[in-house]
Design a protein around this ligand. Sequence first.
Ligand SMILES: [Zn+2]
Length: 457
Amino acid sequence: MLSKCINKVIILLVFLLITGCQKVIEGNLIIKNVNIINVENGNIIEGQDIIIIHNTIAEIIPHNLSTNYSAKTMIDGTNKYVIPGIFDGHTHVNNYKNDLAKFIHYGVTSIFVTGGSTCTNQYYAEMRAMGTQDSLPSPRIFHTSQHFIKQGSHPVKTYANSSWKEGETVFYLKDTLQIERLVKKVSQYPIEGIKLTIEDGPDPPFVERLSQSFISKVQKEAEKHDTRVFVHVSDNEELKMALDAGIYNFVHFTGVDLDFEKDTLLLKKIYGNPINWITTLMLDKSFMYPLYPEWIDKIRKEGVFNIESIEKVNDSTYIKRAHINNALMKDYLKLDTITIKDVVKFQVDDIKRLQKNDVNMVLGTDTGNAFIFPGYSLHEEMQLFELGGMAPKDILKMGTINAAIMLGRDDTLGSIDIGKYADLILLDKNPIENIKNTRSIQMVIKNGKIQKRMKEK
Ligand SMILES: [Zn+2]
């Protein structure tokens, strides 16, 4: 009798010990039994439970441990894949009230806005307010200053419209004293850095590029205020000018063509410095769009984009531009006919080599230009890399963790790790097998909250 009693007491003690140790986790959202893509190495961690508390990834636990937890929303992730929200590193948002929801629809949970004719301080402030809330669909917003350019040059010359106003959406560089004042002024804004354009513009009338002394002065003044400079370069010469000034953030790859045997001095400067380089292969594709009706048909079928942006395909200006660009590319590549693969392949080859040498390459589309569509075109950008021969895992890395590193936000964004913001995309198919699978979106989560998409499946 006594021994029975002792046994009961022991069982009770063991029970109390077990239940006392077992942590009951209360999340507001749990994705159960999902395959997590580690974007830093392309590995898949199978069968995990992701517990989200408020806006943060609180725990990641193997599903088969059947931990004691509860949540208001449980999502079954069986046979599905989860990647971090993707990041467009080069955008222009001409109408944020229309465009921001489109980014979210396509899983783009962060964007970097690099100036534009709409970007007054007020416009930036309104966009930032959209980016910090999570009830209305909007990606997180990061942005540069307004454009610093030489008067009469790109982009004001190239994209002429009445919204370019000196002191509001663009600053014309005039002399060194003025540069000092300007850099000091914009450094007080909540910017990621200064947007500086060296190029005079691709079209006549040709003016001189921004001078080396002005480029160097902007960088020197920026350093005093701990502000970075993001530079628009359009060829190897401008790249060299930026590097000579000590600028290490480039917003385009387009126009640069590196010869890895001959450009040794240039490469030495690139490899020896902490470079961030945004890709924008979509620019090349956008120039070709009017010649490929099947591309625009796909856009129509999305049912997301407005008719004016689609109908530009019938505009004679863009058709003419497409033919001129086609002829230039044929000449440049010494080919009788060219395809989009020819146009991107040599650039992807260069980018792969740069990536191997630890250059931080970041995906960007230059959305806001004709035939570059908010959100949708980031998936096109990724597919262009696959077409050019890059492995999906390397492409995903450029669109997630590399972008977060560029903006110094890798402590909170860019990968699926405990303590980071819960910005996630749930996919039906494995993106490591085929990058097109980033389009198999089942759900977009930003800041721990399921986002309303434009067209629910
Ligand atoms: Zn741009």
